[in-house]
Every structure is written in C-alpha cells, then in structure tokens.
Design a protein around this ligand. Structure first.
Ligand SMILES: Cc1cc2nc3c(=O)[nH]c(=O)nc-3n(C[C@H](O)[C@H](O)[C@H](O)COP(=O)(O)OP(=O)(O)OC[C@H]3O[C@@H](n4cnc5c(N)ncnc54)[C@H](O)[C@@H]3O)c2cc1C
Length: 297
C-alpha cells in the first residue's frame, strides 16, 4: 500500500484518528474505532505509546542464515541443533525431497560475542560472504554431516544480530493495541516470534467477538497475553530448548558413544516438556484445547 502510520490521536469520545504518510510524500488521516499496531520491531505505534522506551536490545548473538540444496538428514524432516547456545548450527529441511532426494535445507550458524561495545554494523540485516563467518564452524565435521562443505554449497548467506526489545507493562492504550513484534519482539530461540503473532491475532479476534468492537476487547486481550508473553521474551534470552545441548557440553564436552549415559531419555523428555509447556508448544495440551475462535457455519 506504500503507506506508513506516523502516529495516532485518541478521540475524547472514543475511537482513534491515525496519521498516515504515503511514499509519494502525501499524507492523510483516517478515523476508526480501534487501531491495532502490527508494525513490527521498529513500530511507530509502540514508539508513540512508549516514547522513552529503551533502544533495541542485542545480547551478543549473531546469526548467519541461508539455504542449500542437500540430502535431508536423519528422518528427512529432522530439526538438528549442534554445539551450544553460544556457538551452534541449526539445520532443517524446508521442502520435501525432489526426485534426486535433495531438499532445500535452511541453516542457521550462530556465535555469541562480547556485546559491550554495542552493535557496530549499519542496520540489522545484510548479505555476507561465507569467508566472514564460516571459519567459526571449521570443526563441525562428523561422519554423518560436514558443516564446512554444506556452507560452501550454500546459495547465499545473510547476517542478523539476534535482537529483541525489553518488555513493556501493557500493550494497550485505550482504543490502541500492539500485537506481533510491535508488542513482543523476541529472540527466535524457540522459533516462536511469528507463531506468537498469529496467536495474538486469534485472541484479539476472540475478544472482539466476546466484548464487541471497543477498548474492552483490547483490555481482555492484554490481560490474557501481555504478562506471560513478556516472560517468554525474557526466557528466550536464555538458552531456550538449546539448554539441552549445553547440558551435553557440560557433562561430556559433547563427546559420547551413548547419549543415554550422558542424559537419560526421561531427563531429556522432562527438559523439553518444561520448555514446550512454558512456550505453549505442548502438543497434548494444544491438541486438547478448544479453538480460540469457535467456527460458526
Ligand atoms: C533471523 C530471524 C529468524 C526468525 N525465525 C523465526 C522462526 O523460526 N519462527 C518464528 O515463529 N519466528 C521467527 N522469527 C520472528 C518472526 O520473523 C517475527 O516474529 C514476525 O515476522 C513478526 O511478525 P509481525 O507481523 O509482527 O512483524 P513484521 O513481520 O516485522 O511485519 C511488520 C510489518 O509492518 C510494516 N510496517 C512497519 N512500520 C510501519 C508503519 N509505521 N506503518 C505501517 N506499516 C508498517 C512493515 O513493512 C511490515 O510489513 C525470526 C526473526 C528473525 C529476524
């Protein structure tokens, strides 16, 4: 639409007026009952709601991401995490194998560096050359996977520092609400930024059906999600599900013949169950929960 929200004014009698700029420099205003700011980590709506908010937070982790055509590993749909939360590779297929048995594989290479000087690059996203980062993974060579070779075959590589924002105490200002990254930009440690945004939209929809189109619905949305999701943002600054890899590194330096002797199956299961429960990914409770919005046929 080539248009950006610049800000909003709450009507004293209810509703909200929104100022919008178009790419050609023209500006216009629109009025409505509600404004939902889904404008991402650099949200203009959030900046107005919290003019003194802290700058974007970077804790030292840098991710390099790309894709490669390769044979999918293990079960052909396995999600593979290697290393520790400070120095790791994550690898998983994003297409079914083709007639030659090759899938498009997504890979993420990550290291954590000293962040005391702050992020020194211009911007938060750029294409990079392999030689800028591949050396961190020269030792990731196994009889079932050769990471340096996999990286050499990659189509492209992009660099993203892992960033989020400090949580805020409320996502709602009268008839205005934040959702998605505007509300809770988080480290993608548990692969849950976009999925949480979808849950936000479903809950807002359910609350609008329950309370009607007005601030009351936004208050109910905020009451249900703001605090637990803010806790998730902080929890994702830790190791998340990769804490399991840290345990393996601590106990045996990552070298073992039988993983069950390092971490028993029940300890592994319990560890993952706790993370999934906290992040809302627990399969059984998800499957047994009623639909957020009941379908009406
Ligand atoms: C490297 C990386 C890996 C990730 N991996 C995962 C993952 O595996 N799983 C997962 O669930 N999530 C992941 N995420 C997080 C996920 O990408 C985000 O949580 C998700 O995109 C948030 O969606 P959103 O719609 O809130 O914001 P965005 O996707 O940022 O969309 C915001 C939109 O608002 C528009 N906009 C911006 N400013 C304005 C304005 N002033 N007015 C109007 N429009 C505006 C933008 O153009 C954009 O279209 C990852 C993120 C990164 C950076």
């Amino acid at each position: 639409m080539d248009a950006r929200v610049d800000g909003y004014v709450k009507h004293p009698s209810g509703g909200v007026r929104v100022s919008v700029s178009k790419g050609d420099g023209s500006k216009f205003q629109m009025s409505g009952s509600l404004l939902v700011g889904a404008d991402g980590i650099h949200s203009a709506v959030r900046a107005q709601m919290y003019p003194n908010q802290a700058p974007i937070h970077w804790g030292g982790a840098i991710m390099w991401r790309g894709t490669v055509k390769a044979k999918p590993l293990r079960t052909e749909s396995s999600f593979i995490g290697l290393g520790t939360d400070k120095h790791r590779m994550v690898i998983y297929p994003i297409s079914a194998p083709d007639e030659n048995g090759l899938s498009l594989i997504n890979w993420i290479a990550e290291v954590t560096v000293d962040s005391s000087e702050g992020w020194q690059q211009e911007g938060w996203f750029r294409e990079v050359q392999l030689k800028e980062f591949a050396h961190h993974f020269d030792d990731f060579v196994y009889d079932w996977l050769n990471v340096p070779e996999m990286l050499q075959a990659a189509d492209c590589a992009y660099e993203n520092p892992m960033i989020d924002r400090d949580p805020v105490t409320s996502w709602v200002d009268g008839p205005v609400a934040l959702m998605g990254d505007a509300a809770h930009a988080m480290y993608p440690t548990g692969s849950n930024g976009a999925s949480q945004s979808i849950i936000d939209a479903r809950i807002i929809g359910a609350k609008l059906l329950e309370h009607g189109i007005g601030s009351e619905a936004l208050v109910a949305y905020n009451a249900e999600l703001c605090e637990p999701v803010s806790q998730l943002v902080l929890r994702n600054r830790g190791a998340g599900p990769f804490g399991l890899l840290n345990l393996v590194a601590e106990r045996c330096g990552g070298i073992f013949d039988d993983i069950d002797e390092v971490i028993s199956p029940s300890e592994r299961r319990d560890f993952m169950a706790k993370y999934k429960q906290a992040a809302g990914f627990a399969k059984d409770s998800l499957n047994s929960a009623p639909s957020t919005i009941q379908h009406k046929y």
